[in-house]
Design a protein around this ligand. Structure first.
Ligand code: SAM
Length: 230
């Protein structure tokens, strides 16, 4: 996707699924505006001030789906702020329910293209960015729709602190190869794997995601890649 296309708010993939239940629609109306990042506002000098809870670091999850992984991580790391991005409204509604029910005050949200947030963030402001089971766009003519692109990796490198991590998981072999090839063109992103088990096995504390469970059910082997920003 070109910058011009992203700026017009174009997104591949769906924004809406089945009709929301009344409670979900209410949360979208009442809670999302309180937690949604306002990208028209100036970015805070200190990103940690975005959160109601005191946090020492800020992470971002791109395309959190139903929010299972993000909610787990936010619950397990109360001293870290999480920016969760998901344009699919039904997923957002699910995540809002989890945030509400668990009383999480270390999560902020954005319901459109994560590239917008990456552009808005101050340079070197994030400790970690997760991109877990991104939409695969498996056909060659669809590859250009993939979230991983030279353009987006540059945005990721800019937003990460030195020593910060970009974590990527996918069960689509061509997307894993695609990501490794694109990262090789970013001299400031270094793949940390030293042995096959480092990418064959999920990282410590990994709670799983819905798409991972589907991949395993369908007998596809996922890969878990950790890149460090030099
Ligand atoms: C295959 S799902 C994976 C969801 C979740 N990470 C999981 O593993 O269960 C990919 C998600 O990325 C979201 N997505 C697609 N393009 C995006 C973009 N440009 N910015 C943020 N999220 C995006 C989709 O709406 C979808 O929910």
């Amino acid at each position: 996707m070109t910058d011009a296309r992203r700026e017009r708010g174009a997104l591949y993939g769906r924004r809406k699924g089945k009709k929301l239940r009344a409670g979900q629609a209410e949360r979208l109306e009442a809670l999302l505006p309180r937690l949604r990042l306002d990208l028209a506002a100036p970015v805070p000098a200190d990103l940690r001030n975005l959160f109601a809870a005191p946090v020492s670091d800020v992470r971002m999850e791109i395309g959190f789906g139903g929010g299972e992984h993000m909610l787990h991580e936010a619950g397990a790391n109360a001293g870290t702020g999480f920016i969760g991005v998901e344009p699919f409204l039904n997923g957002m509604a699910k995540a809002l329910a989890g945030i509400d029910e668990n009383g999480l005050s270390n999560v902020r949200l954005y319901d459109n293209d994560a590239a917008h947030v990456l552009d808005w963030l101050p340079e070197a402001s994030l400790a970690r960015i997760d991109l877990l089971y991104p939409d695969p766009w498996p056909k060659t003519r669809q590859f250009k729709r993939r979230f991983v692109s030279d353009e987006n990796l540059k945005k990721i490198v800019r937003a990460l602190k030195a020593g910060g991590e970009f974590r990527f998981a996918s069960d689509i072999a061509s997307y894993v190869e695609w990501t490794l090839a694109h990262v090789r063109r970013q001299p400031r992103l270094v793949w940390t794997a030293e042995r096959a088990d480092d990418w064959r096995n999920p990282w410590t504390g990994w709670p799983g995601t819905r798409y991972e469970a589907k991949a395993i059910r369908e007998k596809r082997a996922p890969a878990y890649l950790i890149f460090r920003r030099a």
